[in-house]
Design a binder for this molecule. Structure first.
Ligand code: MG
Ligand code: ZN
Length: 221
């Protein structure tokens, strides 16, 4: 009998993620892993962010879902390239799936690729995809305790977007408490409030993304 340790699988994934990162770096494409629970508003946020980014940089989206092409279809109507990965039951994206999706994109014509992960606050955190930026979407309706309860998700976040901020008056979500927990797990992470539905905070998110890519480009050369 052979036993394969989970750590070996993660090691192999990390090698593949490094390869993805090298491919993206060479093409000057900034990879953004977008993580969060189902229903946190990841796709809706992209629907609002892309029109705000599109005139400033060339964007594409890789969508990860168990089944359907619904999210990629929602992105396609915005006029940017989108690729749907169907994980057929797998609860997270891995670097091999993303490599296959990257094959379907003309990387040399792009500046930024979003990798919208499968909606999941647990194991998506453990699989690097080749991204340069990790953005966690936490919606107000999920509760401010989720940061403490799902630490791996937040520990390596470069930013946490508190989405559905328009619902703050209707919930007990304590922004200060959530921010304090995020600060403890990821001291460098930026925390931004956004309401994808109304569009509030979207321009600030777009500016933040453009700024992060510019800083990366400046450091790269
Ligand atoms: Mg989605
Ligand atoms: Zn999983």
């Amino acid at each position: 009998m052979q036993i394969v340790l989970a750590s070996k699988i993660l090691e192999a994934n990390e090698r593949n993620a490094d390869d993805n990162q090298a491919r993206l770096d060479e093409a000057g494409v900034y990879g953004v892993n977008l993580l969060g629970s189902p229903g946190s508003g990841k796709t809706t946020l992209l629907e609002k962010l892309i029109p705000a980014l599109k005139d400033r940089m060339r964007v594409a989206v890789i969508e990860g879902d168990l089944a359907t092409a619904r999210d990629a279809e929602r992105i396609e109507v915005l006029g940017v390239p989108s690729v749907q990965i169907n994980t057929e039951g797998a609860c997270h994206l891995d670097a091999t799936m993303v490599a296959a999706a990257m094959d379907a994109l003309d990387l040399d014509t792009l500046d930024m690729v979003f990798m919208e992960n499968v909606g999941n606050l647990v194991c998506t955190a453990g699989f690097l995809l080749g991204e340069r930026l990790r953005v966690v979407v936490l919606s107000i309706t999920e509760g401010d305790d989720k940061v403490e309860k799902y630490p791996p998700m937040f520990r390596h976040a470069d930013a946490v977007l508190l989405n559905k901020a328009d619902l703050l008056p209707y919930t007990d979500f304590d922004v200060k408490k959530a921010e304090a927990h995020i600060k403890r797990l990821a001291p460098e992470a930026d925390v931004l409030q956004v309401a994808a539905r109304t569009g509030d905070g979207v321009p600030a998110c777009a500016d933040w993304l453009v700024g992060r890519r510019e800083a990366w480009m400046a450091q790269k050369t």
